[in-house]
Write a protein that binds this ligand. Structure first.
Ligand code: KIV
Length: 259
């Protein structure tokens, strides 16, 4: 049975850790769902992991909706969250609403995620007031990597830390049902978590967050071009797939397959 936002929130109020991961297609969505993952993000990380771009910036709304539709077809229980790509929510709250509406109506998503703190709070509020569940995202924002000076840890200075706490509170007040906290110090991850009544889902934000999210291709060992320091490679599937393809190629060449 599909998780509702209140049931998702209950995982948090019951004191259990929330488990989230990315998926971009039906197969991976189904496997994640069968493994009991609570939230499946159709992240714009797809730009780098499966579409061959150098950053997430070139990902379009149509691409994201196409992949969200695929994940939705594979998931029965977990929340499927569409990730709003670069410039699909920053221009105006009205444009954000129309674009978020496409994730809900055309893709069947359970909500959307968008990057940004206090500046995005009015937009989050507009979406939530129209009935769209919104997951916030603060800290390291991949869509701002060019202006932020690369993939660096945020919140090391007290000014930056205070601003991030304000961002988190603004998103909570705007009605976000949770917040992804990416690339901040362990201490700040804990402080933000402490101050909120909604769950924090950390990625490179230490163990004190209410849940964790990872890019599936990172923990599976499928994506080598950029390996974040915080990730744990549970497998080396890229190498295994390579070896299978190599054996298959040898068998065909040597006329061992078909037997
Ligand atoms: O796009 C993505 O995969 C994300 C996660 C890293 C949180 O935003």
């Amino acid at each position: 049975m599909k998780l509702t936002i209140p049931q998702f929130h209950k995982i948090y109020t019951d004191g259990k850790k929330i488990v989230a991961i990315t998926a971009y297609d039906t197969l991976m969505g189904r496997i994640a769902d069968n493994a009991g993952i609570d939230l499946i993000l159709v992240g714009d990380s797809m730009g780098m992991t499966i579409l061959g771009y150098k950053t997430t910036i070139p990902v379009t709304l149509d691409q994201s909706i196409h992949h969200t539709q695929a994940v939705v077809r594979g998931v029965e229980r977990g929340l499927v969250i569409g990730d709003m790509p670069f410039l699909t929510f920053q221009i105006s709250a009205e444009e954000a609403l129309r674009n978020a509406g496409r994730f809900m109506q055309e893709a069947g998503a359970d909500g959307v995620k968008l990057e940004g703190g206090s500046a995005m709070a009015p937009t989050v509020s507009r979406l939530v007031n129209c009935g769209i569940p919104v997951l916030g995202h603060i800290g390291l924002l991949p869509q701002k990597v060019l202006t932020a000076g690369g993939y660096r840890v945020h919140g090391r200075t007290s000014t930056e830390a205070d601003a991030l706490i304000d961002d988190a509170l603004a998103l909570q007040n705007a009605g976000a049902f949770g917040i992804v906290v990416e690339g901040v110090t362990e201490e700040l991850g804990g402080m933000i978590t402490e101050k909120l009544d909604i769950p924090t889902i950390g990625i490179g934000a230490g163990p004190h967050c209410d849940g964790q999210i990872q890019v599936a291709h990172d923990i599976l060992g499928l994506f080598d071009e950029f390996v974040p320091k915080h990730t744990k490679r549970y497998a080396e599937l890229g190498k295994e797939i390579h070896d299978v393809f190599r054996q298959y190629a040898d068998d065909v060449t040597n006329q061992k397959f078909p037997g």
